[in-house]
Design a protein around this ligand. Structure first.
Ligand SMILES: C[S@@+](CC[C@H](N)C(=O)[O-])C[C@H]1O[C@@H](n2cnc3c(N)ncnc32)[C@H](O)[C@@H]1O
Length: 227
């Protein structure tokens, strides 16, 4: 992967960035996603945010070697603190971090959000608490994708602030749009997770099983809606 060739996962994220947007890619590591989008003319510029020194240096290198420094600012900052009021950001990507981490970055940086940005989120696990934060803060989920790369399943959640929105507990758990679309990858993921839940239930004392048993029940209903 580099600034020309993105992973399948980041290509799917890229597909949800509005044409011509000013993108803030927070937790960018090498900065490949914004650099690739800028080189393709798909964004007009933006910000790369990194909290750690080594990836921040790597992102600076990517931007410098490709002559993008006029349009992409690389900032060493925690979460949304990388975004400054004059940046006119209209899309924010947060990819390759746990869902709880993404949620905490959004929650603690809320003062930096205008509420007009499209959020393009690619959590590695922790999707349910992330969707709950989106719902509780008036963000509607506009698109969801699930892809399998190597042995891992990756989810992409695209959301915009539209005002009050309500999702059921199952929608927060499975993803409201994925539940409707029932793609083969989605059903395969939950079939596999059901097997893992059953294994976990066997190894746990009875007083610790309630939450997992509930989830296993939801998964069974999802996979066999006629039961
Ligand atoms: C696994 S990498 C993902 C890189 C890239 N976004 C991707 O999806 O390929 C996660 C990156 O997020 C950065 N990160 C973690 N917490 C952060 C925070 N609070 N603010 C900014 N960057 C953060 C880490 O330093 C790391 O470089």
């Amino acid at each position: 992967m580099n600034q020309q060739t993105l992973s399948m996962r980041l290509e799917q994220v890229a597909a949800h960035v509005p044409q011509g947007a000013r993108l803030a890619d927070i937790g960018s590591d090498h900065g490949y996603l914004p650099a690739a989008l800028l080189l393709r003319g798909a964004i007009s510029g933006g910000v790369i945010g990194e909290v750690a020194l080594t990836p921040w240096h790597a992102a600076q290198r990517t931007v410098g070697e490709n002559g993008l420094q006029e349009k992409l600012s690389v900032r060493l900052a925690d979460g949304l603190a990388a975004i400054e009021p004059g940046d006119a950001i209209d899309a924010i990507s947060l990819c390759g971090m746990g869902g709880e981490t993404i949620r905490d970055i959004l929650a603690s940086g809320q003062a930096r959000l205008s509420g007009r940005e499209r959020l393009i989120l690619q959590p590695n696990g922790g999707e349910q608490p992330l969707r709950r934060w989106l719902m509780e803060n008036g963000y509607r989920i506009l698109a969801e994708a699930l892809l399998q790369e190597n042995r891992f399943y990756y989810e992409i959640i695209v959301a915009e602030r539209t005002g009050p929105v309500t999702y059921t507990e199952q929608e927060l758990y499975f993803g409201p749009l994925q539940m409707q679309a029932r793609s083969p990858a989605f059903l395969a993921k939950w079939q596999r997770l059901l097997t893992l839940k059953h294994k976990a239930l066997q190894g746990l004392p009875h007083n610790k099983t309630a939450r997992i048993a509930q989830q296993a029940e939801w998964i069974k209903q999802l996979l066999n809606p006629t039961l």
